[in-house]
Ligand binder design. Structure first.
Ligand SMILES: Nc1ncnc2c1ncn2[C@@H]1O[C@H](COP(=O)(O)OP(=O)(O)O)[C@@H](O)[C@H]1O
Ligand SMILES: [Mg+2]
Length: 252
């Protein structure tokens, strides 16, 4: 569903991504790993319209999306979270979720303004979706707490729920486990597997190798902007280039 073709991005003389090609299959949890500075976040920025490629393309259901605006790409069904949380700090958890659902905006702004029938129904659906997400993420008790006042780990989990509230087909997560305690990590990984089982596709940047190996269906390894390896967790864990560049340094 997502095809990356010869994707290249320069920052001055630095090649952050160098002709990287890979594919994300529908219904998979696909891991994107690599040492710091290997171009993982740059890839997310290119795929979601926050940066334009120097050359190459990201294709979504066969059509190029790289170079389009973030809101246009989001409407096509690609959602992301950021390495640092970006919730609306002064809104409550529930308000953040309703806002995110609303960004889908299927009915016209005018009919929403006039509270016409279909728009009213849509609003009710958005509220229902927000409630369902609060339950799923175990946040019901915290629904009316301002995002800024939530514990750090809960803020990150809320960030994932907000991305999910936009109703994506593909959810891209940039280091979602960083800063979470072991119980929160286990909870979030459980949720991610559950939404994968419901048909959503996930692309996951993560440094927690145990979580990556246990959860991903396929893994792409980047190093210094180039594609180092690609395969199943079993293949990646015995790939010599990956071990030398990445796993080796962790195991040492
Ligand atoms: N906006 C930018 N301007 C200049 N250099 C950047 C920018 N974004 C990323 N880089 C550089 O590109 C390389 C890849 O960064 P990044 O994609 O953030 O790596 P990762 O997420 O794998 O740690 C790094 O050397 C980083 O310093
Ligand atoms: Mg990064």
């Amino acid at each position: 569903m997502l095809r990356v073709h010869e994707l290249t991005r320069r920052f001055g003389s630095l090649l952050a991504l160098d002709r990287v090609s890979f594919e994300v299959q529908k219904g998979a949890i696909h891991g994107l790993i690599g040492p710091n500075g290997s171009g993982k976040t740059t890839f997310f920025n290119l795929a979601t319209g926050f940066l334009a490629p120097t050359s190459g393309q990201v294709l979504w259901h066969g059509a190029p999306v790289s170079g389009r605006a973030p809101h246009a790409i989001s409407r096509l069904g690609i959602a992301r979270t950021f390495q640092n949380t970006s919730n609306y700090a002064s809104l409550t958890a529930r308000e953040n979720l309703v806002m995110a659902s609303r960004n889908q905006m299927r009915s016209s702004a005018l009919s929403r303004l006039l509270h016409l029938g279909p728009a009213r129904r849509e609003e009710a659906a958005q509220e229902l979706r927000a409630e369902a997400l609060l339950d799923r993420f175990g946040m019901r008790e915290l629904a009316d707490v301002r995002a800024a006042d939530l514990p750090g780990g809960t803020q990150k989990i809320l960030g994932v729920a907000i991305a999910l509230a936009t109703g994506p087909e593909l959810l891209m997560l940039d280091e979602p486990l960083a800063g979470l305690n072991p119980a929160e990590k286990a909870q979030l990984m459980r949720i991610l597997r559950m939404i994968r089982d419901e048909g959503l596709t996930l692309l996951l940047i993560e440094h927690d190798m145990k979580a990556i190996m246990q959860t991903c269906d396929r893994i792409t390894v980047l190093s210094y902007g180039t594609l180092l390896a690609e395969g199943t967790p079993a293949e990646i864990s015995r790939d010599p280039a990956t071990i030398a560049a990445y796993l080796g340094s962790e195991a040492a």
